[in-house]
Design a protein around this ligand. Structure first.
Ligand code: GLC
Length: 645
């Protein structure tokens, strides 16, 4: 049962697609303060909180506070409160009740999940205007399903989007890209896509391709496609200011860029230097920008990733000139503790400065709205522009699409990756813990930069990370320029990677089917154990194992030098210790605590009673997978697995 409460005069976000008649009275379970901008719920010690999408920390969100304020921040430390997304949906599970709350507001909102006071959950709205959806349910899963039922079906990627993608910021020309494909093929490691980061563009201009780097882009796209490899270019939110550049000129002529209070265009800077930002909140701007993808679709491109769409701002012209003026005053001064910190603050405050987000305006439903009031909708609407364009331009084809920034509603148009993580063991665990929350908010096509984006990876970290990522729908190895090479042929003997990626391809029929089932049933693929074993207190506390689809549980290893790990089985299961699709051992284990060996390259998978895990013989490309090779690993039951396709 879902009840809708209107607080103030909220703006339409288009995240909810079902009409619900608003209820009178107060939101159940919560107490509102007098001003009406803070809702509180009193928790018992054992209460747990799930959801909130892309955030730091554990699966159970209790004990920290999270601020929905899409932020370009590559330092995903556990003291952060905001990452790139705003997913304002949570599920509260207590001994006496289970309910969900979705706070639909395009501005900032804070979820204090027992941070200020361990027994108080509070939701603090920066603005007074929001729609709150209160969801009563029989179980956490039921609450999630009801919620997903009102936000529309999740995006479905093309099947090849389940194959491995290789990415790196710095593949500067077609020879480098070709080399990546060659070396994967030589190593016998399956691969379906190679990502083109900003280096493919001409001067970092959206919808352009550097002639020098790719003399005949279409031909190159075809060449790669004839080998079964898709190229997936990046698109950034900022449009370079350059006379003669069609996107810039059309954008100015069509009034598509965001403006300041006085009506002049906002000039900010990102990769190309000075840019204007399209006003994606306007329907005609979305249409205009969306149509631009056509130039790349026409070249044979079938997938994109949208980036820097919080939007990230290196600086704005206005703020930068103020900083330069102030810097003059520091010249020649003896900077003492205060002087030095002021000076440092001045410089550190240049990128993504909150003041800059108050400098410009959108036109939303005919109204002029200051950016910070609708900040969290920007990335959503950039990706919506693309998704709506794909529906117009190629309605019969699935186009791969995922975005860095997102708001609930964007899950209908694409997936997300979790941004600029690092090659740290703690970020492997974070990847594991982020998946259920993302799924609850509808983002089924999601995953992290496998191996870590920033910092230098090690071979063992990559092996362990891949051993987990083989289960995530988005399976992409991506790294930052300047870091150690992390292509799977560049980390010593590639045999282990061949086996692990092969195992991924063997699992694709299962993973893709569970994906389609989750879309159909408004379900999650990655569930906390608590969703399936709500009465098992021990299971409810597990933070490093996940249910993946209906048939299996996984227990990834995320500690360096570990040769095994403790695993809790909420019931008897059949363990399959995979080394590859052909090489595995099976063991029936009783419920309870176990210490299980898991050497590097061994993947611990547990089949639930009465369930089956279908596997196929791996192929080098998803499209080459031969379903006739399918067999089922089962633990009791009929031994069959039901496909919904
Ligand atoms: C951003 C993206 C990252 C990309 C880089 C260069 O940091 O998050 O994935 O590689 O920009 O485009």
């Amino acid at each position: 049962m879902i009840r809708k409460y209107v607080i103030g005069s909220p703006m339409e976000t288009d995240s909810v697609v079902v009409d619900i008649t608003p209820s009178d009275g107060r939101i159940p379970k919560f107490k509102a303060d007098e001003a009406g901008h803070m809702l509180t719920y009193v928790m018992d010690d054992a209460d747990r909180i799930y959801g909130l999408g892309e955030t730091v920390r554990g699966i159970n969100k209790r004990g920290w506070h999270y601020v929905s304020n899409c932020s370009d921040d590559p330092n995903h430390h556990e003291d952060k409160t905001s990452l790139y997304a705003a997913h304002n949906f949570m599920v509260v599970v207590s001994a006496k009740e289970v309910f969900g709350l979705y706070v639909d507001t395009p501005g900032k909102v804070e979820f204090d999940a027992g941070y200020t006071d361990h027994s108080i959950l509070s939701v603090i709205l920066e603005d007074f205007d929001a729609i709150a959806y209160f969801i009563d349910g029989a179980s956490a899963r039921d609450v999630v399903r009801q919620f997903r039922g009102i936000i529309g079906k999740s995006y479905v990627p093309p099947k090849w989007g389940f194959g491995l993608g290789q990415s790196r910021w710095s593949y500067v020309n077609e020879d480098e890209v070709r080399e990546v494909a060659d070396r994967y093929d030589e190593a016998g490691i399956p691969l379906d896509s190679i990502y083109l980061d900003i280096d493919y563009m001409d001067g970092y201009k959206d919808f352009t391709v550097s002639d020098e780097a790719f003399p005949d882009f279409k031909e190159f796209v075809d060449e790669m496609k004839s080998r079964g490899i898709r190229l997936v270019p990046i698109i950034d939110a900022g449009v370079k200011i350059e006379q003669g550049y069609d996107v810039y000129e059309e954008g100015v002529a069509g009034g598509h860029f965001v403006k300041k209070e006085d009506g002049s265009l906002l000039t900010a800077a990102v990769w190309p230097g000075r840019v204007h930002f399209p006003d994606f909140l306007r329907e005609d701007t979305r249409r205009w920008f969306g149509d631009k993808y056509k130039v790349l679709l026409d070249a044979g491109i079938e997938g994109f990733w949208n980036d820097m769409n919080e939007p990230a701002i290196f600086y704005t012209e206005d703020h930068l000139s103020e900083v330069f003026e102030k810097i003059d005053g520091y010249k020649g001064r003896n900077l003492d503790i205060n002087g030095f910190f002021e000076f440092q603050g001045l410089i550190d405050g240049i990128p993504n400065n909150p003041e800059d987000y108050r400098l410009f305006y959108h036109e939303k439903d005919g109204l002029k709205v200051r950016h910070d009031k609708v900040h969290n909708l920007y990335g959503f609407n950039m990706t919506r522009a693309a998704g709506e364009a794909f529906e117009r331009l190629c309605p019969d084809k699935r186009i791969l699409m995922f975005s860095r920034s997102s708001y609930i509603g964007m899950h209908r148009y694409g997936g997300v990756w979790t941004g600029d993580n690092a090659s740290w063991w703690s970020h492997l665990l974070l990847n594991v813990q982020q998946m259920p929350g993302l799924n609850m908010s509808g983002f089924l096509y999601s995953g992290a930069d496998t191996g870590g984006f920033g910092a230098d990876v090690t071979r063992d970290l990559m092996i362990r990370w891949i051993s987990f990522s083989i289960f995530t729908p988005l399976f992409r190895n991506h790294a930052a320029m300047g870091t150690r090479r992390q292509e799977l042929y560049a980390l010593g003997d590639s045999g282990a990677f061949k086996k692990l990626v092969g195992l991924r391809y063997a699992l694709i029929p299962y993973l893709y089917n569970e994906y389609l089932r989750a879309v159909r049933d408004d379900d999650v693929i990655f569930a906390p154990l608590a969703f399936d074993y709500p009465d098992d207190e021990r299971a409810c506390g597990v933070e490093d194992q996940l249910m993946v689809g209906r048939s299996i549980m996984i227990a990834p290893v995320y500690v360096q030098n570990a040769r095994g790990r403790h695993v809790y089985l909420p019931e008897g299961m059949k363990m399959v210790r995979f080394r590859s699709m052909e090489d595995y051992d099976e063991e029936e284990l009783p419920g309870g605590d176990h210490y299980l060996r898991a050497e590097l390259g061994e993947v611990l998978t547990f089949i639930r009673p009465g369930c089956s895990l279908p596997i196929v013989t791996p192929a080098m490309r998803v499209e080459e997978i031969d379903m006739k090779t399918l067999k089922c690993l089962s633990y009791g039951g009929s031994g069959d697995y039901e496909f919904i396709e």
